[in-house]
Design a protein around this ligand. Structure first.
Ligand SMILES: C[S@@+](CC[C@H](N)C(=O)[O-])C[C@H]1O[C@@H](n2cnc3c(N)ncnc32)[C@H](O)[C@@H]1O
Length: 509
């Protein structure tokens, strides 16, 4: 553990992923869909991610929003060095990374612009109370009026049963003086022995078993950041709303679009109780919904000042917004994973929207016209559910797709060297799309002109993996030659069955 880390686990670098909720285009759509006016995030604007980790999200967003300026800050210098290298390799000119702590960022705020958007993903829960205060001070000083803050955190009551397990994990870690690589196995073994020994805590915490099973499949980097950090605090929604209030922020809506849809977020009976109890108190309603669905993680959007759109303004703001398929029509489904599990969409409502988009991008106005009922509120909800499920995306006239294409070249080069960032930049959507390993391999085949057909691409993929010493294993057995190529052909089939075309339509290549 290094001295600058303020108790934050730095021995294992945080996993590097892309989080689509951080995209300005998503935040703006979420605001409009919930009936609020977002700041102008279409052209030149300033965006800052605090605790940006390896900077993957910031780099993807900078590449796909070339007229905006992006800042990524994180006190972990190794991560900032990686983030800078990725930006430099892709020749991105609109992103700056600083290895500043939150305290340093406050001291040097005069060197920064006033921001339209400040985001924090996976930070609030894992830092000290003092750091939380610093974050609020930074927001207080650097966010523009009308600016947005995105904040995600572990939530209560969803984490209440695992709170004590986290305490146990941290204690085992401290008492054995271990490195975070070795600690998970010891901690899970102790939990198993206690459970088998009839420990009442485990018996009376039914959500813990599946959580521990899931933990066995996670990387030690994830384990360390979630369970071994000195600081770890899940929040109730109202606690965060109060903290944000200190930085003059109001709750706008959830970036997980289904969370703020009363009829999708809870059972109908619970929705009635929430409506009766909370009335117009949106913050209390949100908190009560978290009890109704035992929320464990929140992704929230706050705003410095709220501007309600009236229903006509909301329609007019959305009418000309274009949408496109984010998956091939044949792979699109209408199953929406929300806070109460999966709900099935309506074939009469959602299929016509997907069918319309299979013919090419369409505006909200055109999508609305494809629906059986001309009810704008229902149209907004239908489109929002498809955006939530990542089946469709808002798309835009793109100023310059080249930075996004260059970044994809860098992401694919990394994949060739067995570093998988699992994302491809989609310039037309001003965001990225999460991509599986097989998708990345298929994208490499496209980039290298080896995408004539699936069999050729599978042979290329096998050669690429073999040349870098990677093996394919199924049921404990290593696959070689024809078996390996057949396996890869299966895995890469969805990409060749339309995904590559979708990525091309979104300007990825
Ligand atoms: C859980 S990680 C999230 C990283 C990234 N936002 C993501 O979601 O991939 C939290 C990040 O906050 C950074 N961090 C923690 N305390 C910090 C501080 N006091 N100042 C600046 N960064 C800090 C860590 O280095 C780490 O990269």
């Amino acid at each position: 553990m290094t001295t600058w880390s303020e108790g934050y686990t730095t021995d294992l670098q945080y996993t590097s992923s892309f989080y689509s909720e951080l995209a300005p285009a998503h935040l703006a759509f979420a605001a409009r869909s919930a009936g609020w006016r977002p700041p102008a995030l279409a052209g030149a604007f300033d965006y800052c991610e605090l605790g940006c980790g390896q900077g993957v999200s910031v780099n993807v967003l900078a590449a796909t929003n070339p007229r905006a300026r992006f800042w990524g800050m994180d006190f972990n210098p190794a991560q900032i060095a990686n983030a800078r290298k990725m930006a430099a390799d892709a020749r991105l000119t609109n992103v700056e990374f600083r290895d500043w702590s939150f305290a340093q960022a406050i001291e040097r705020a005069a060197e920064l612009p006033q921001f339209d958007v400040i985001t924090l993903h996976g930070v609030l829960t894992w830092v000290s109370e003092e750091n939380v205060r610093q974050i609020l001070t930074f927001i207080e000083r650097t966010l523009k009026p009308g600016g947005l803050v995105y904040v995600s955190y572990n939530a209560l009551p969803g984490w209440s049963q695992a709170l004590s397990f986290r305490h146990m994990a941290r204690q085992v870690f401290l008492r054995h003086g271990e490195n975070p690589e070795a600690a998970p196995a010891r901690i899970l073994d102790l939990a198993d022995r206690l459970r088998e020994g009839g420990a009442v805590y485990f018996a009376t915490s039914p959500t813990l078993g599946p959580k521990l099973d899931n933990l066995r499949t996670q990387s030690s980097a994830y384990f360390a950041h979630e369970y071994l950090n000195r600081n770890w605090r899940p929040f109730h929604f109202t606690e965060v709303a109060e903290l944000m209030g200190e930085a003059r922020l109001d709750f706008l809506t959830s970036a997980s679009l289904m969370d703020s849809m009363p009829e999708a977020a809870t059972s109908p009976a619970a929705a009635a109780v929430v409506a009766q109890e909370a009335g117009e108190d949106r913050v209390w309603a949100e908190q009560l919904r978290d009890f109704a669905n035992n929320k464990a993680f929140r992704r929230d959007i706050y705003s410095r000042g709220l501007n309600r759109l009236n229903p006509v303004e909301q329609f007019l703001d959305l009418k000309d917004q274009q949408f496109a398929l984010a998956v091939p029509r044949g792979q699109a489904d209408i199953l929406f994973a929300g806070p109460m599990g999966q709900i099935a969409g309506s074939a009469e409502v959602h299929h016509p929207l997907l069918d319309r988009l299979a013919a090419g991008p369409a505006t909200f106005g055109e999508l609305q016209a494809a629906l059986p009922q001309q009810n704008v509120a229902l149209g907004i909800q239908a489109v929002s559910l498809l955006v939530h499920a990542k089946q469709i995306l808002p798309v835009f006239e793109q100023a310059d797709p080249e930075p996004g294409k260059r970044l994809n070249g860098v992401l694919l080069d990394a994949y060739r060297r067995a570093r998988n960032y699992n994302v491809l930049a989609m310039p037309a959507a001003r965001t990225g799309l999460v991509a599986s390993g097989a998708d990345m391999l298929a994208a490499c085949a496209v980039a290298d002109g080896r995408d004539g057909d699936l069999q050729e691409a599978a042979a290329y993929g096998y050669a690429l993996l073999s040349a870098s010493g990677r093996t394919l294993n199924q049921d404990g057995k290593q696959l070689i030659d024809d078996e390996a190529r057949a396996y890869l052909a299966d895995e890469m089939a969805p990409a060749f069955d339309g995904r590559i075309e979708v990525w091309r339509n979104l300007g990825a290549f």
